[in-house]
Each structure stands twice: as structure tokens, then as C-alpha cells.
Design a protein around this ligand. Sequence first.
Ligand code: FMN
Length: 187
Amino acid sequence: MQKNLGKIAGVWPMPVLMIATYDEDGTVNVMNAAWGQVCDTDKLILILDGTHKTVANIRRRKAFTVALADWRHLAEADYFGTVSGNQVPDKFAMTGLVARKSEFVDAPVVEAFPFVMECELAEELPSIEGFVGRIVNAAADESVLDENGKVDPAKLGAIAFDPFRHGYYAIGEKVGRAWHDGRKFIR
Ligand SMILES: Cc1cc2nc3c(=O)[nH]c(=O)nc-3n(C[C@H](O)[C@H](O)[C@H](O)COP(=O)(O)O)c2cc1C
């Protein structure tokens, strides 16, 4: 028996994306974004409120990096979604994390996060507060790669955002194989 719950945009899991940018002075800023997705083989879309420092930075620098937050840095990730660079200019420095300049785009790479996509701004979609990033490079910490050099989700330790009760969840247990387990229904 199902119970109606009203309007809930309940897509689960949602990602915990770390959007890193430089401001006008070259200060590093990072924000947390769950409203983001892959929208092409080499593109991501982020839905970003126009008041965020991140948005001003992206418009100015035309670039950003998107890292997957992992459970080891959950508190830092949550802090990046709680405090704005508009109020706390040295927001990133407060965490003690370290960033290097991307070799590919005008944006910082936070070294602690195990997987990052370096993006140039491809398009802004004002009607949905959308920012499309073209991925020009992705990088991963060697510790999360498998023997074939591919990212191993179990090692990655990426966390997910729960839109129902606002929890963070660990993900990574493999429970099946895509384009494989459904084959048993093909006759
Ligand atoms: C779990 C979580 C997810 C969030 N997702 C988004 C998002 O997708 N888009 C958005 O505009 N703000 C989102 N926020 C809010 C921003 O991260 C937050 O307002 C942040 O302080 C903005 O930082 P900035 O002003 O330094 O750019 C999220 C916050 C949290 C805690």
C-alpha cells in the first residue's frame, strides 16, 4: 500500500560535488552541490543559486573543478555547503585542506578529494540556473584505482546526499553488473 507524499524531487542517490573556483584575487573557494549531473559524455550540469560566491567566480574565470566528496572528508564537504565565501573570504583555508592550480583550466584542484573533473564553462542556462561544464581532464588519486587503472568505487569512498532526510550516505558496495544482470529476461 503506497501513501501519497506530495511533491518530492526524490532522486536517490544525489551526488556530493565539490565545486572549486578562484575568486578575483586568486583565493580558493569551494562549495557543496548535490544538484548536479552528467549531461553528455564530456559535460556536467550544475544547478547553482546566483547568490553564491561560486557563481561570481565561475562567471569571471569561465572555469571550475568538480570533485567527488568522500567519507574521509565529509565534515569539510558539509562545511563547504554551510558557509559562503561571500561571508567568510578565507572559507577554504579554515579547513586546512590544500589546493593546486589545475594544469588544464583556470580553477583549483583540492588534493584531498580522490576524483576530480576539470571543467571550462561551456554554457549558462539562466532559466534553470544551470551551468554546463565541459570536462577537459579528470584525475584520480592512485590509491582509488584498480589494477587496470580504472576508478574503483569501493576504494573511492564517495558519499551521497539523501534528498528525503538530508543525510550523507556511504556508497560503494557492488551489488550487480550493468547491461548484464537483466539478460536473464531475454528469450
Ligand atoms: C548537501 C548540500 C548540497 C547543496 N547543493 C547545492 C546545489 O546543488 N546548488 C546550490 O546552489 N547550492 C547548494 N548547496 C548550498 C551551497 O553549497 C551553500 O550555499 C554554500 O555556502 C555556497 O558557497 P559559496 O557562496 O562560497 O559559493 C548545498 C549545500 C549542501 C549542504
